[in-house]
Write a protein that binds this ligand. Structure first.
Ligand SMILES: Cc1cc2nc3c(=O)[nH]c(=O)nc-3n(C[C@H](O)[C@H](O)[C@H](O)COP(=O)(O)OP(=O)(O)OC[C@H]3O[C@@H](n4cnc5c(N)ncnc54)[C@H](O)[C@@H]3O)c2cc1C
Length: 484
């Protein structure tokens, strides 16, 4: 009997689920059929691009970066021979208006987690006192388990653990806002620990930065779909799912689409963003029936969205040979040059492309776009004075108000598992309970977990079916002893 699996949503989570299912022996034997539906004509979801109308250039809505600790995503890309579309960097450059540039490069000689200690010393904008506070906090974080930090905001924990305002502004805010998409007042310290300790401290290369060399819409679009289509996965794009219901008689899901067309499926993987999935299955997202209006408000709150802004700049000159810079003490948070391969192909007539990323709400959130652009260009001119004052040929500000969900202390308890109590229903998406904040890694893990849930409900052994349950980077010997 062939079982029909429909994956709803072709972001990284849905693509990851389809990829995992298409690797199973059941799929190979023809016992599984996999079809992926998306409302858009393109896959990749939030990891996507737009075509700049005046130049025809394909530009990512917002620059995405992955870290070396994003092992599930990197393995997924590797399996599809797409990892070469990313450039790996072993060091980061930090800039501070008063202290200039510093290089952050973990020691290649010291065992993790000590490999990070020397790189902290190289950050010129940190004082001796800042560094001592950070080392002490990292040590304490290593000795605490994530589960003990769920109910605490990052700000509460940092204040209680001796981190001065100066240390918080110059170090913690910089890392946490860009990794978690929101300020320490709102995010859970458990999510912060996930990034700092499970992510960076446990293993060598965990803090490597992987930057796409090609537009995201190419990597997670045609290039991703093509090998899956060859295996037999079907893609039906450009028609939104309106809703779905379980039919007791046939014991199948009936999925209705905007075009009026419908599909039936034995298993559904819902891989839409949290604000869509929660509307369809509120009870799976921690909502109890019969909430009062204020309780309902509380239910809405945990999954508040955090915005991310990408400021696209076409300047009359290249500002620096540096590929990317983390900016501290400025409105701009990350600065990126045009990816190497795109620069080689694009025409210079419209100017040299640069991008500035600002995560979360910020001082310029309510400013007119022109003011925001003028301010970040002023900051860049100050950072790179040797290039002279750049002229702006063109600019575009793209803010996604629902870029990521806020990983607040209460969110963690509301994040559902992939396996649900409903027959044949499985959840994927970056907001599923992976422990990760809203990232490509969280999305990739959730897809593999949803595929595992499908395979298990078919009565198959996951190990025999070739689905890898994500394990993360293997910790070094010292990290295994020091990190709880
Ligand atoms: C501006 C920005 C910057 C970011 N930067 C980074 C970064 O640097 N590093 C990082 O790791 N992560 C980053 N992220 C987060 C990352 O993009 C997401 O966590 C990840 O892509 C989420 O994937 P997903 O598959 O869970 O969801 P999505 O990408 O949202 O995919 C959901 C899919 O469902 C489809 N869909 C929705 N409704 C329906 C419907 N009714 N019917 C059919 N289909 C539907 C959508 O079209 C979409 O394709 C960033 C996100 C944004 C927005």
């Amino acid at each position: 009997m062939t079982k029909h699996v429909v994956v709803i949503g072709g972001g990284i989570a849905g693509l990851s689920a389809a990829e995992a299912l298409s690797r199973t022996q059941a799929f190979g034997r023809g016992e599984l059929q996999v079809e992926l539906l998306d409302s858009r004509h393109q896959t990749g979801g939030r990891a996507g691009s737009f075509v700049e109308p005046t130049t025809g250039q394909t530009v990512d809505y917002c620059q995405h970066v992955a870290m070396g600790c994003c092992t599930t995503l990197l393995d997924l890309l590797q399996r599809l021979e797409l990892l070469s579309q990313f450039q790996r960097y072993e060091e980061l450059t930090f800039y501070h208006p008063q202290h200039g540039f510093s290089r952050f490069r973990p020691s290649p000689w010291l065992p993790p987690p000590l490999h990070l200690a020397s790189s902290l010393s190289s950050l010129k904008h940190l004082t001796g006192s800042n560094r001592r506070q950070i080392r002490s906090a990292l040590w304490r974080l290593m000795r605490i388990q994530e589960s003990d930090l769920i109910d605490v905001t990052a700000l509460e924990w940092l204040q209680a653990n001796g981190q001065s305002e100066d240390t918080r502004t110059k170090f913690w805010d910089v890392i946490l806002v860009s990794a978690l998409g929101d300020v320490p007042q709102r995010v859970s310290m458990a999510a912060a620990r996930k990034v700092m300790i499970d992510g960076f401290a446990g293993a060598r290369n965990a803090s490597d930065v992987w930057v796409p060399k090609r537009p995201l819409s190419e990597i997670f679009g045609e290039s991703f779909r093509e090998p899956l289509s060859r295996r037999g996965v079907r893609f039906e794009l450009g028609d939104a799912v309106r809703g779905m219901r379980w039919d007791e008689g046939s014991e199948r899901w009936i999925i209705e689409r905007s075009s009026g067309e419908s599909r039936t499926a034995d298993h559904v993987v819902v891989a839409t963003p949290w604000h869509v999935s929660r509307r369809w299955f509120p009870d799976l997202w921690g909502k109890q029936a019969g909430l009062t209006p204020s309780e309902k408000e509380d239910w809405e709150l945990p999954f508040a969205s955090s915005p991310i802004t990408g400021i696209h700049l076409w300047l009359d000159r290249s500002l620096t040979p540096l590929p990317h810079v983390v900016m501290v003490g400025t409105l701009a948070q990350w600065f990126f040059q045009e990816p190497i391969e795109q620069a080689e192909q694009s025409s210079r007539a419209e100017g040299v492309y640069h991008q500035v990323v600002i995560s979360g709400r910020h001082a310029g959130s309510d400013w007119p776009k022109e003011k925001l652009v003028a301010e970040v260009v002023r900051e860049l001119s100050q950072a790179f004075p040797e290039s002279g004052t750049p002229q702006i040929r063109k600019s575009r500000v793209v803010t996604d108000p629902h870029a990521v969900f806020c990983v607040s202390p209460t969110t963690q308890g509301c994040r559902p598992e992939s396996k649900t109590s409903r027959p044949g229903l499985h959840l994927a998406g970056d907001a599923v309970a992976t422990g990760w904040p809203a990232t490509m890694e969280g999305a990739a893990i959730s897809g593999q977990m949803a595929a595992k849930s499908v395979v298990e409900s078919l009565g198959q052994q996951v190990e025999n079916e070739g689905i890898e349950v994500p394990v993360g980077l293997k910790r070094g010997w010292l990290a295994r002893r020091l990190i709880r």
